[in-house]
Design a binder for this molecule. Structure first.
Ligand code: SF4
Length: 314
């Protein structure tokens, strides 16, 4: 073992809240120092959410003092505990402020010699894309679509094979390597092949019409699928937030169904597009709503159909 990556999700109160463990922030930092003292290369993962997004600059000195080489940032995905704490999940319109903050964070990391590494679900195609992804040169310094199922594959503790460890549910589980060969699963399992075979006709909503659709394919599936029930329409996007803003609009998500109590359980949300001006918002209401759609277990390909009767909008 050469390197150790520790998750630190903001400052102490935020991290302990997100991890639901008092004292875990202190222990995580101590683990970093111990690993460094033992000669390991150390790095940190941080989730970006409504609390941690304000604490990044405050966190940097602690990470620099511990001696980390790299810092991966990714948004909190709307599944599992995040559905029960939906007010933690970033609202799409917050991406404007978030990326202004990340621009400053990138400069500070550069000064401190920390490699900033945006995760797969953080982007896409905004004006500071290259600055944020300049270390990802194998990908041309910009997001080139999710590589899960193309270059990577993952294994669950029970032997089940998926394209990415963050994906959940039967739509994403190809089968067990204990029952099938890995080569067979890779070549034949429709759940694994989906990522290699999907086209822009599997996108929907704003992403289907997006200029970057072919390169991006709707960003991170593990962020969009648990939000709207199927991938292909992703409001967690800087380019999209900027385009909305340019049109005098913004997008927000609203929980319409909570998650079951099991690992990787997803809820369902809708995406509401509305005027960014509060007065117009109050008088005119939404201009568009993307309701959740049926899962890929029901309808594997294409944009899918909307799920009926998900409850009235608040
Ligand atoms: S709007 Fe969708 S397809 Fe376009 S860049 Fe954003 S996530 Fe990608």
């Amino acid at each position: 073992m050469q390197g150790i990556n520790v998750s630190i999700d903001g400052m102490e109160a935020t991290h302990d809240h997100v991890r639901n463990r008092q004292g875990s922030w202190k222990r995580a930092l101590a683990a970093l120092h111990h690993a460094k003292a033992a000669g390991a290369r150390i790095s940190v993962n941080t989730q970006l959410n409504q609390r941690s997004r304000h604490e990044l600059l405050e966190l940097v000195p602690y990470l620099a003092e511990a001696g980390i080489t790299a810092w991966q940032l990714q948004i909190t995905c709307p599944h599992g505990n995040a559905v029960d704490n939906a007010d933690l999940v970033l609202q799409p319109y917050m991406f404007l402020e978030l990326f202004e903050a990340l621009d400053v964070v990138a400069d500070v990391c550069r000064e401190r010699g920390i490699v900033l590494w945006p995760g797969n679900n953080l982007g896409y195609f905004g004006p500071n894309e290259y600055k944020l992804r300049r270390h990802q040169k194998r990908q041309s310094g910009h997001f080139t679509g999710c590589h899960a199922g193309h270059r990577t594959i993952s294994i669950e503790s029970n032997g089940m094979i998926k394209n990415c460890p963050s994906l959940g549910g039967p739509e994403n589980t190809g089968g067990s390597w204990r029952e099938h060969s890995l080569a067979d699963l890779w070549a034949k399992a429709p759940e694994l092949r989906y990522f290699r075979e999907r086209t822009i006709d599997d996108l929907w909503g704003y992403c289907r019409e997006c200029y970057y659709a072919e390169a991006c394919m709707g960003g991170c599936t593990a962020a969009s699928e648990p939000l709207l029930g199927r991938p292909g329409n992703n409001p967690f996007c800087h380019h999209r937030a900027l385009e909305m803003d340019r049109q005098g609009l913004r997008e927000r998500i609203e929980l319409v169904r909570g998650a079951e109590d099991r690992p990787f359980a997803a809820g369902l949300f809708r995406v509401i597009r509305e005027p960014k001006d509060p007065q117009r918002r109050a008088t005119e209401g939404p201009v568009h709503v993307d309701e959740p759609r049926v899962s890929r277990a029901v309808q594997m390909r294409g944009p899918g159909r909307a799920i009926e009767a998900m409850g009235a909008r608040g």
